[in-house]
Design a protein around this ligand. Structure first.
Ligand code: QUE
Length: 347
């Protein structure tokens, strides 16, 4: 069972359940979640929805990207690469616009596709032990699942910083950036869930969560805000790298180290994507991201990234182009082209 579904009192509880694989999302899981959410809308006895991850290690570490890699070697129709993102982004839209309160109880790893569930929920609750990241530039992809929308709304170019470098954030950082609404001790999750299923209104939900919340204190934000704003203000990766090189502090040296590992093409499309997202509706952001996903699947860096980071684990991807300056504006622009009748359709 990859998604567990349970109705208890006023709530439907959906548990992402592939604990061996950090609850990474398969196509089948996305279809199931969509089916459950649509059925819940029609069920007048269910007032709230709770998402959680099975086990203690992860909420969800992303999409099951290894399956794309396997498909490439076994079959030529590439159904997965078309349909997976199509369904996943439709699900992100469904969650974001859902008519009943959705509460995500997040503990452990929450990356990529997991962020697309947790951070588009009405209410995001993190335990004291969360690792958040949008690390896709490391595998030749870009921060998708509507992350363009999330990251472009962060002040001080912090979203650009997070999206390009894949910077890991902890629970305190997430609360400070308002990417999560409440921080509650993991050992209280069960008790909080028991209280949540008894209520129906948003106000009662907020009261329960507030009452159980911890105080948090980010070590990064807002300390680094002005520095990040200044260095990540450019619309050009080469300039950002130069600015990082001229700023010899621990955080900027780390950021530079990260950028050096990432797919040069991913870095350039990600910068353009997040800048563009700021002015797009959520729907149009997802349409743009679907175009990007298909362009990445048609290229080489995604498969090479998955091979190097997740399959062979040599952590030495051979990107093509391999140098930032060799990624032309033309190549970047080609990722954003309309797919015509194959564009993502939402409702
Ligand atoms: C970047 C990513 C992912 C990643 C690592 C990155 C990603 C993803 C996984 C992952 C983790 C655990 C698993 C698995 C996949 O790792 O999207 O199958 O068991 O799903 O640097 O984007």
């Amino acid at each position: 069972m990859t998604v567990k579904y349970e109705v208890n009192k006023n709530a439907a509880i959906l548990t992402l359940s592939r604990p061996k694989y950090l609850n990474t999302l398969t196509f089948e899981m996305i279809e199931k979640i969509e089916k459950y959410l649509k059925a819940i809308l029609k069920n007048n006895n269910i007032h709230i929805v709770i998402f959680k991850g099975d086990g203690e290690r992860a909420f969800c570490a992303g999409g099951d990207v290894k399956s794309f890699y396997e498909e490439k070697n076994t079959n030529t129709s590439n159904k997965l690469r078309k349909n997976f993102f199509y369904k996943e982004y439709q699900l992100n839209y469904l969650i974001k616009n859902y008519k009943k309160p959705i509460i995500s109880l997040v503990n452990g790893i929450c990356m990529g596709g997991g962020v697309g569930i947790a951070m588009h929920s009405n209410i995001t609750v993190v335990s004291e032990n969360v690792t958040f990241a949008m690390p896709e530039t490391a595998i030749g992809l870009f921060p998708d699942v509507g992350a363009g929308s999330i990251l472009s709304k962060l002040k001080n170019n912090i979203g650009i910083y997070i999206g390009l470098t894949g910077k890991r954030l902890n629970s305190d950082d997430l609360i400070e950036l308002q990417l999560a609404n409440y921080c509650i001790k993991f050992d209280k999750f069960e008790e909080v869930e028991k209280s949540l299923i008894k209520v129906k209104t948003k106000q009662s939900i907020q009261n329960i969560l507030k009452k159980n919340s911890l105080k948090t204190n980010s070590l990064i934000f807002p300390n680094l805000n002005k520095k990040i704003e200044n260095i990540f203000r450019y619309n050009n990766i080469e300039k950002i790298i130069l600015a990082l090189k001229n700023n010899n502090e621990k955080w900027s040296v780390d950021a530079l180290e990260s950028l050096k590992k990432m797919s040069p093409t991913s870095l350039k499309i990600t910068l353009k994507q997040i800048r563009a997202s700021k002015y797009l509706s959520f729907k149009d952001d997802l349409i743009m991201e679907y175009r990007l996903s298909q362009a990445c699947m048609a290229g080489v860096d995604f498969y090479e990234g998955v091979r190097a980071i997740l399959v062979d684990k040599d952590f030495k991807p051979k990107w093509s182009p391999n140098r930032i300056e060799d990624v032309t504006d033309k190549l970047v622009s080609s990722h954003f082209k309309s797919l015509g009748k194959n564009d993502l359709k939402i409702q």
